[in-house]
Design a protein around this ligand. Sequence first.
Ligand SMILES: [Zn+2]
Length: 197
Amino acid sequence: MNKVTVLVEGYAHPNDDGSYTASPTAALIETENKKILVDPGTNSEKLLEALKAKNLNVADISFIYLSHYHPDHFLNIRLFPNIDIYDGGIRWSGDKEYFYTGFLPETDIEILKTPGHSPEDCALLINTKDGNVCIAPDVFWWEDGKQNSDTIDDLLNLVDPFATDTVALLKSRRLIIEKSDFIIPGHGKMFKTPKLI
Ligand SMILES: [Zn+2]
């Protein structure tokens, strides 16, 4: 059975000097025979510490999955030389690209096309013993201390200043709410998906 672990919880906040600090949630999916790192982020120290705490090193990771192409989500791929990189439709292996649809190859992990924050955004839906966990960067994300994920309205009304298509984003959010039991946002804490009663 698939297992999902949050390795580094995503954070984001502006600084007094005008700069911005952000790293997304880095998650580990363990399937029967693979260890998949989702969005390695920007914080190399925390990521390596979290892997070490699980008795894993860089070479134990089967491949990296990237949810979308914002640099805070992927700069740490430099810690993993020669590893294959997957997104919602392509595996990159060196200079070769392999195409797929529907599920991450050799897994039962479903790819959900979830545009809106960025055009290429794809969330992952993972069947676990606790239910369906959706890793959904950055369909949902909050700055530190601002998470409000108690009701469906909270989730649908969440304002994303970086959204490229707010209509598509709303549709993506509805899809994830409908399909998941738990949601791991891009930046913020994992939460139970609120449902209509
Ligand atoms: Zn983003």
